[in-house]
Design a protein around this ligand. Sequence first.
Ligand code: DWN
Length: 388
Amino acid sequence: MPLANALVRPNEASGPELTFPLDVLRCVSCGLVQLGQVVRPDVMFRSYPYSSSASAPLVAHFDGLAHDIRRWLSTPDALVVEIGSNDGVLLRPLQQSGLRVLGIEPADNLASAAKSSGLDTWNEFFGTDVAQRIVLDRGQASAVVGTNVLAHIDDLRAVLESLEILLEPRGVFVVEVPYLNDLIERVEYDTIYHEHLSYFSLAPLETLFGLAGMEVVDVQHLPVHGGSLRVVASRHGAHAQRPSVEAFRGFEQLKRLQDARTFQRFADDVQRSRHELVGLLSTSRQSGARIAAHGASAKGATLLNYCGIGPSTIEFIADTTRFKQGLLSPGSHIPIVPESAILEQRPDYTLLLAWNYAEDIVAKFDSYVRSGGRFIHPIPFARVLGSA
Ligand code: DWN
């Protein structure tokens, strides 16, 4: 499979394209579901086309997270450090609420975007050396936040060592990760790609934090990104453990996330999902329908390449992210164009490659639907939205 965000310049489309095996494994002792291959982080993240602020629903999500973080802080000007701060989408509301903030962002393009909007950002990968420099420069942090970044980091023990340095005694680590149970139950196989090294559930996270004398003190299930966990961890005894933790332990037992048969059923569901999507698209094409897609997402790259869908089926992918427009999707080489193309070209069908925002996107293109256009939702199994 190609790298999910390695968009291709049209003039390089005939050249070589990096591809890697994509195998998902499960540790039989701690239950951590993880990739069998690690692609170098500098290859994937030094220049990164994914801008969180491009998705309006995400901006609203991070405003909510900024509000929630405050209840774990004891002083109004506490220091909050965000790992993988992207374009500053969370740093902004945190700073506006009076907190001291610092973003750690390895992507050159995103770090400069954040800095140019006045958000203090270091263009680095997080690690123990950065943690030490932060403490020397600003003191220890009351909170360290990581949304959709912990799953991207190979050396999880180094994260724990860095937290030990960076967090003040009652400091909290607030982390959001895609939730394994949602991935399995909703057949969200397209969220599997090389950026996501780990596919977390609560049990392995508790084991991980336990290695560093930390514990999970709160767990929330969120709808964002197809279903995520928001986990708060701190040093043992620093905060009372909320009832949500015990409740989630029971939930995961019920869902049999440690049972191999759960994963065999998932594998069967993935084959069915691919079969039904390819069937729907080819039937539509055979009847002369024109098909486009919306959302040049990372998950879209997995879906298109795994299902063998290319430009002969999908004419273009409309996306609001300026870093992505004018480029081709990884592997499948479908042109990425501004969202206006949907109303201008009026394809009969538009495949939702960012289905996690389906409600917002369908509402956004209400006139397209009213004039007969139809969205196809591929996950868990392909269906035409709004059809009679
Ligand atoms: O972990 C990760 C997740 C959180 O974000 C990263 N490794 C990569 C990325 O995954 P993704 O690209 O699948 O995320 P999204 O947020 O589902 O991507 C949405 C895409 O759709 C973006 O390119 C923006 C675009 N979009 C749009 O064009 N118009 C999104 C919305 C809501 C819209 O209205």
